[in-house]
Design a protein around this ligand. Structure first.
Ligand code: KIV
Length: 266
């Protein structure tokens, strides 16, 4: 972002794409980590519904509700003073009707304090995207591996590997752009397809498991710092915080049991 102190806006992301500058996005689920990621200079903090898996311990993102998303979004917004905060619309919060989608997205902005929402899907959700954008709610799309459709997809595996699926995904990306989405996450698709879509669209693409040619990248924070129980093959671990945490906890336990902590007053 041009100014490192002012709050980021969705237009900053478009500007970055136009200048060929990559966008750095990471998930955040609470104020403490949001503050640290903000301090590090992250462009976008995504309050992902992945919190259902990495924070709450569910097997999928499906149990996550709008109330849970509002709760965590509020916490992230408290911690972030500069980064753009985008919150996921969880499973079935935008598919039942446009009216429900509006109300739920509105809650993420009004009660949670997010600047934008993200939702999964292509042509099936473009009418909702159009309406949200029409009332002033910025929308980030999400194509490829759609974790909310995991039972239909049959597992967390790469998508759009066949030519006709790739064409359909590229069409969906154009439809989302036409509907007014300001950016699109491309998850677990072949790198050449992500590169093609990124060069065809005027809005930025943010890749995860989609190769280096997207306009930005996103990682689940717990994967990036070694806090996840399961590490996807495409995720890179930048710090072993899980290991450090266990060592710190072990040392504390030893000191408490040995009567070393707290120290006796001299
Ligand atoms: O919920 C999430 O964390 C996401 C990212 C994987 C993009 O949608």
């Amino acid at each position: 972002m041009a100014d490192s102190t002012r709050t980021a806006r969705i237009t900053d992301l478009a500007r970055k794409k136009a200048r060929g500058e990559k966008i750095a996005m990471m998930t955040a689920y609470d104020a403490a980590f949001a503050r640290l990621l903000d301090r590090a200079g992250m462009d976008v903090l995504l309050v992902g519904d992945s919190l259902g898996m990495v924070v709450l311990g569910h097997q999928t993102t499906i149990p996550v509700t709008v109330d849970v998303m509002v709760h965590h979004t509020r916490a992230v917004v408290q911690g972030a003073s500069r980064a753009l905060v985008v919150a996921d619309l969880p499973f079935l919060s935008y598919q039942v009707s446009t009216a429900e989608a509006l109300r739920n997205a509105g809650r993420l902005l009004q009660e949670g304090g997010a600047a934008a929402v993200k939702l999964e899907g292509g042509r099936a959700v473009t009418a909702v995207v159009e309406r949200l954008v029409e009332v002033g709610i910025p929308v980030m799309g999400h194509l490829g591996l759609l974790p909310q459709a995991i039972h239909q997809l049959g597992g967390f595996r790469q998508q759009a590997t066949r030519a006709e699926e790739a064409e359909r995904l590229a069409e969906d990306a154009h439809l989302l752009q036409k509907a007014g989405a300001f950016a699109i996450v491309l998850e677990s698709i072949p790198a050449h397809l992500a590169g093609r879509v990124s060069s065809e669209l005027t809005i930025p693409t943010i890749g995860i498991g989609a190769g280096p040619d997207c306009d930005g990248q996103v990682l689940v924070m717990h994967d990036a710092v070694g806090l996840s129980a399961y590490q996807p093959p495409f995720a890179k671990q930048y710090a072993p915080l899980g290991e450090l945490f266990v060592k710190a906890a072990e040392e504390y336990i030893r000191e408490v049991r040995a009567g070393v902590f707290p120290a006796r007053p001299a």
